[in-house]
Each structure stands twice: as C-alpha cells, then as structure tokens.
Ligand binder design. Structure first.
Ligand SMILES: [Mn+2]
Length: 286
C-alpha cells in the first residue's frame, strides 16, 4: 500500500492519468492525497473533480483557493469571476449539485493517522501549533458543512481582506483569516500577518519583515512535516520540514506525486501547457 501526495491539478486530468500509470498506481490498495486547487484554468476540471470524488475512502483532498472559487461560482457570485476561469463545464454538468455538495464538505487540513504529517493547500502560519491549526481548520469546515455555507461564501469570505490574527479574533473576520492562511498564504511576518501581493520565490523576496511562511524561526508547527501546493514558483522543494508539491503542471511544468512510504518524489513531465487556448492567446496579446 502506498500513499501519494499529488500537487495542484487545476484541471490537468490527462497528465494525472499519465502520472498514475507511471507510478503503477493500484486503486484497490493505494491512497491519493490532493493538495487542493483540483479545478480551474485547465481544460478538464470536471473530469478532475469527478475523479477525486470517485476515490471515496482512498482519496483525500484539502480545499484550495480555486476550489473556493468554484463554490463561489456555484453560489452565483460573479464579482470575482475571471476570463481565465474554466468552470463552466462543471456548472453545466448533470451532477453539479452532487459535486458541489461533496466539495464543500472537504477539509482545510488533513492529518495522517499515524505519521507526523499534515497536508494543507497554502501553508500554516507560524503562530499556530499543528494542534491549533487543526482546531482552526475545523471551525471553517464545520460552517461549510452547515446549511449556512452559502451565506459564508457569498457575504463574508471575499471582499475586505483579513491579514492579522489574534486569538480573540471573532466572527466572520476570524473565519476569513483562517481561510486566507490555509488557502492563499505565501508570505507573512513572524506574527502571521499575511501579505497577498508577493508571489515571487523566496530568494527574490526583498521585503525585510515578510518571509515565506515556512522560513520563520519562531514557527510553532515544526514538529510535523507539512505538504502543501499553491506556490508554483517554488517548484519541487523539500526542506525546513515542509514539502512544496505545486510543480506547475498547468503551465507546462510537471505534476508531482510524493510517496509517503518510500519518500520518493515522482514527477510527470507535462508535454504541453494545460492552459485553455483562450487564456494563452489572451496572454500573448498583452
Ligand atoms: Mn492555490
């Protein structure tokens, strides 16, 4: 039995199938863990979503910012729609309601049952221990699984950004920070104040107070190994007790599967970018 942690799919279904063939994936025995951003930008988001859902007990995922974006699109929130969104086939699908209902019940953090390993989409801010991170993830998960989930997504999740955390933070602001940290963070200061603008790799960061979330010396969650995606400019990185798995499949890079039992990083070289043609053309004309 093997457990593979797989990087951001973003609708790249064919590369996923090629990678699974390459690693000799055994559906009856192996587990697949997905770091989130299953959908959007790539051309086969519907296929990716159906596949991850179909794994049942042998599949796990955490919600990424693009997965939240799909929930928002399902709620009819058009304000944040982008020209490069490729979510329409999901919204037109006969099993749309079932897929969305399943997606909203997925966690923000997955903890391995026996190993000191956790998986999140973007990261865990330095001020939270692994136990606190689990507690805070549960706060949002509980709401997403409740009948009020649409109100949270449409009225309170987006818009004014919450960057600062303190333990007494209450209500929607608190939940918004939790989602921002788990699903969107790259840089923060050593108190967990988030920066939403910087996307460059850490060696190109010039801001003195902000560092990649995993580089802070006072980080309280170093006792677990953290697997994450979201940051394609980091590439394949293992160090600081963290493992970056977004190797930019969507952009013509690679798709990663990290095997927890053998510690081997498997990669499938994507033959071409999975970006839809309209997005590629849009880029060239800029
Ligand atoms: Mn992401």
């Amino acid at each position: 039995m093997a457990t593979y942690i797989i990087g951001d799919l973003q609708g790249c279904f064919d590369p996923l199938q090629a990678l699974l063939k390459q690693i000799n994936y055994q559906p009856e025995q192996d587990e697949l863990w997905f770091v989130g951003d299953i959908v959007n930008r790539g051309e086969q988001s519907l296929e990716c979503l159906r596949f991850v859902k179909s794994l049942g007990e042998r599949g796990k995922m955490v919600l990424g910012n693009h997965d939240f974006h799909l929930l928002a699109s399902d709620c009819g929130l058009e304000k944040y729609a982008s020209k490069s969104d490729t979510l329409q086939p999901i919204l037109n699908a006969p099993d749309r309601a079932e897929l969305i209902d399943w997606l909203r019940q997925q966690p923000l953090l997955v903890r391995h049952p026996t190993l000191p390993v956790v998986m999140v989409h973007a990261g865990i801010p330095p001020q939270w221990s692994a136990e606190q991170a689990q507690t805070h993830a549960n706060e949002v998960e509980q709401l997403l699984r409740s009948p009020n989930w649409r109100e949270f997504i449409t009225e309170h999740l987006f818009g004014s950004k919450t960057k600062h955390w303190h333990d007494g933070l209450q209500g929607w602001e608190r939940l918004r920070y939790i989602v921002n940290a788990f699903a969107r963070m790259r840089y923060c200061d050593n108190q967990g104040v988030l920066d939403f603008d910087m996307k460059l790799a850490p060696e190109r960061n010039t801001h003195p107070n902000y560092q990649a979330w995993f580089l802070h010396n006072n980080r309280r969650n170093k006792d677990v190994e953290i697997f994450f995606g979201h940051w394609s400019t980091l590439g394949a990185m293992d160090g600081y007790q963290v493992h970056a798995t977004d190797t930019g499949c969507l952009w013509g890079g690679k798709l990663t599967a990290f095997c927890l039992e053998t510690r081997i990083r498997h990669t499938f070289e994507c033959p071409q970018s999975c970006e839809p043609k309209s997005a590629k053309q849009g880029k060239k004309s800029k």
